[in-house]
Structure formats: C-alpha cells, structure tokens
Design a protein around this ligand. Structure first.
Ligand code: COA
Length: 388
C-alpha cells in the first residue's frame, strides 16, 4: 500500500441554495478542489462521489456519471462511482478514493460529496432520511431520526445524570464557531436558554440540538505522497482511513450510550496513524444530534464514558481551547448536506492544517481527526490527517 495525500480541497457554502442544482453544487466544489490542487480536470483518473439520496431528494440517480459529465470528463471515459453510506456517504467516498490511490491503481483521484435536500417539504425529507434506519423495525413503527436521537439522549441522561442544560452546551459551541465560518449554514450565536426553549422536535431534543437540512458540496483531490509536492507546497497526508459498522437498529444494541462502531473505527485509526487522542490538535465530530457528538467524543477517547460534557463545561472544545472541536461550526451550524458532510469535515481539517482557516484558525494545528457517522452511529468512519 502507498501513502496517500490530499493535494487540493474545496467546498460550496452550505445552506439553502434555491438557485443551484445538485450538479451545480457538485461541479462548484469539484472545480474549487481541482484549482486548489493545481491540476487540470483531464489529470483525474477516477472519481468517487458520496451521495446519500439524490434519487429521492431531487429524482436524480447515477450521480457518479453525472459528476464526471458535468466536470467535463465524459470524453475521457473516466471511471466515476457513487458511494453511499447514509450520512457517512462522504467519508465512505473518501475511504474508497484512499484505497484506490493506496493500492497503486490510480494516482490522481477526485473525491466529492454532494446533497441537495431543501427542495422538498420537511416531512418528506424526514422520511427520506429515515431510510438510513431500519425501515421495517424502526421507521414503520413511527421512529424518525430525531426520535431515535432523543431515545439515545434520554438513556444517556438516565445513566449519567446529564442535564439538558449540559447537553445544550454543545450547540452553543458549534454556533459560536459557525459565526467564524462564512461558508456555514448558520452564522449566529445562541445561548443555552435559547437552545432549551427552541421548538421541541423529539423530547428532550429541540430544533437547536438537531443539525439542519442543508444543500452543499465538498471535494478533495488525492495523490500518492511521493508525487504530492509536485502539485502543492502543503500536502496533507492521510494517516488513517477506517470504517466500522454496528447493528442498524437501536433496539438490537446492548447499549444506547456508546457506539461500538465509533470505538472500533477509532481504535483502528489510532493504530494505523500511530497516534493517540492527545496527539489530535483539531477534530470534526459528527453532531447530527448533540448526543451523537457527546458519545463520539467519549468513544474516541477524548473523555471517559459519562464525563465528555466536562470538556464543554471547561471550555476546552472552543477553537482556542485545548481540544478544538467542530471549529467549522460542525453539522449543527455549518450544516449537514448528508452526502457532502464527511468530505466537508475533511476540507475543514485540511484548511486548519494548512493554516488557512482565518478567524477560526486553531494555533499550531498539525494533526486532525474527522468522525463521520451514518444512521444512529451505525456506520462510523474516521480519518486522521497530518500536514506534510
Ligand atoms: N437549527 C437551527 N435552526 C434551524 C434548524 C436547526 N437544526 N432547522 C431549521 N432551522 C431554522 C430555519 O432556518 C428557519 O429559520 P427562519 O424562520 O429564520 O428562516 C426555522 O428554523 C424554521 O425552519 P424549518 O425548515 O421550517 O424547520 P423544521 O421544523 O421543518 O425542521 C428540523 C427542523 C430540526 C426538524 C430539521 O432541521 C431536521 O429534520 N433536522 C434533522 C436532520 C437529520 O435528521 N439529519 C440526518 C441526521 S443522521
């Protein structure tokens, strides 16, 4: 296996893009990454596109071919494949692209992620997203994703005495960071009181404990490390790319307060990268619902089980704290265009490691971690990156 680096990264602004289609978002992100990598589109030898549900959201399937065509590569016959793993589709596409370069099969690979979610009414979006859970045994019986997240939160509160005031610190931090990211869906600060008193979605989760429904695209360009410097002065090496899965439904799991898939993917990633949690300078943790982020922080070893919220209470998770977390705004404030999210997290880490993150720059960031999950932490995908 060869070592792999990211030589270019780019993304669209996340939010409601009434004036842009799925293909517009994919092409905008892809072209930004291509330009950043100092390559020509024709240099691309393969494309992996993360997308969860374009067929349902906008009636467009065959997304790999669509991206290749509108990137101007139809006549090069470039291999282009869509990768799907629910909300982890973006990171799954990056894993596929990583393997393709590491194997020696391709040198220059474009990895994209895209989703266009806001064209449909909310109830239809909720139903499409619910397809990432167990349709027969959870969704058919009335569970939506916010409802499943609420069950995880209630159980965690029961076992560890977590209060809703404590859980609400995580969206407060994410929204603070969102104000420093011009590409974030939301750029306004919120208080704990505002989080708790926002409209209830699934008790105890209010709208402010949930990620929004967003449109967006993100892309990176990969190359083997030994030729990466030909294209850029600051390649970012992928030290680890790992995937793990769990039971798809919550009721099959022995516990609702930890994620075996995040624990397994994290353990493998730390081994592969030869790093420990203390070596991570900046992290993007999947916070589709605040409880998922809290469990993720613990399951990745940043805190003991039941004690993760102390990191928020002590101010460690802010961009200028000891454990900078979701400095992009996270899924909560940056937004969650599901197929793009996993690639977008990595775009943020690349900007941080290249010292290009502007107001939200984490000082001296050299090693970063991205945690992207599909379903109720069913699929967990971890990337650990280091600037070369
Ligand atoms: N956080 C903050 N503000 C939000 C928000 C969120 N998650 N979702 C919507 N808003 C804002 C909108 O911008 C809008 O503001 P405006 O009135 O100033 O324009 C207002 O709230 C109403 O928006 P609307 O789209 O009508 O909200 P909604 O009630 O239909 O949807 C949720 C809110 C939380 C139900 C929806 O965002 C949701 O389903 N989120 C979860 C998505 C999900 O499950 N993703 C996959 C996870 S694995």
């Amino acid at each position: 296996m060869r070592d792999v680096a990211i030589i270019g990264a780019g993304e669209t602004k996340y939010g409601e893009h009434w004036d842009k289609s799925l293909r517009d978002l994919a092409v905008e992100a892809g072209l930004k990454a291509i330009e950043d990598a100092n390559i020509y589109a024709e240099d691309i030898q393969a494309i992996f596109g993360g997308n969860m549900s374009a067929g349902s959201f906008v009636g467009q399937d065959h997304v790999g071919a669509l991206i290749a065509d509108f990137a101007g590569l139809a006549e090069t016959q470039v291999p282009a494949i869509r990768v799907e793993a629910a909300c982890a589709s973006g990171a799954a596409a990056l894993h596929a692209g990583y393997l393709a370069v590491a194997s020696g099969m391709y040198d220059i690979v474009l990895v994209g992620g895209v989703e266009k979610m806001t064209d449909l009414p909310g109830d239809m979006v909720t139903d499409i997203l619910a397809g990432a859970a167990d349709r027969e045994w959870e969704v058919f019986l009335g569970a939506t994703f916010p409802a499943l997240g609420a069950m995880m939160a209630r159980r965690y509160m029961h076992e560890f005495g977590l209060t809703i005031e404590q859980l609400s610190l995580l969206p407060v931090i994410a929204h603070k960071h969102g104000t420093m990211n011009p590409d974030a869906h939301f750029q306004r600060e919120v208080t704990v009181d505002q989080v708790i008193n926002a409209p209830m979605v699934a008790d105890p989760l209010t709208i402010m404990h949930c990620s929004p429904v967003s449109d967006g695209g993100a892309a990176v360009v990969l190359a083997p490390t030994d030729i990466a410097r030909k294209y850029t002065d600051s390649p970012v090496k992928i030290l680890a790319s790992t995937v793990a899965n769990d039971y798809i439904s919550l009721h099959s799991r022995p516990s609702l307060v930890e994620s075996p898939s995040t624990i397994a993917a994290g353990k493998k990633a730390y081994e592969m990268a030869k790093k420990e949690p203390k070596d991570i300078d900046v992290m993007e943790i999947h916070d589709a619902f605040s409880i998922i982020a809290l469990e993720g922080l613990e399951d990745l070893g940043f805190a003991k089980k039941g004690e993760g919220i102390k990191l928020a209470e002590e101010g460690q998770l802010y961009y200028d704290g000891d454990m900078p977390y979701n400095v992009s705004g996270g899924l909560k404030a940056k937004g969650h265009p599901v197929g793009a999210t996993g690639v977008g997290q990595v775009v943020e880490i690349v900007k941080q490691l290249r010292n290009e993150a502007g107001k939200r720059q984490v000082p001296d960031a050299r090693v970063g971690l991205a945690h992207n999950v599909g379903g109720t932490m069913t699929t967990s995908i971890i990337h650990i990156l280091e600037v070369m």
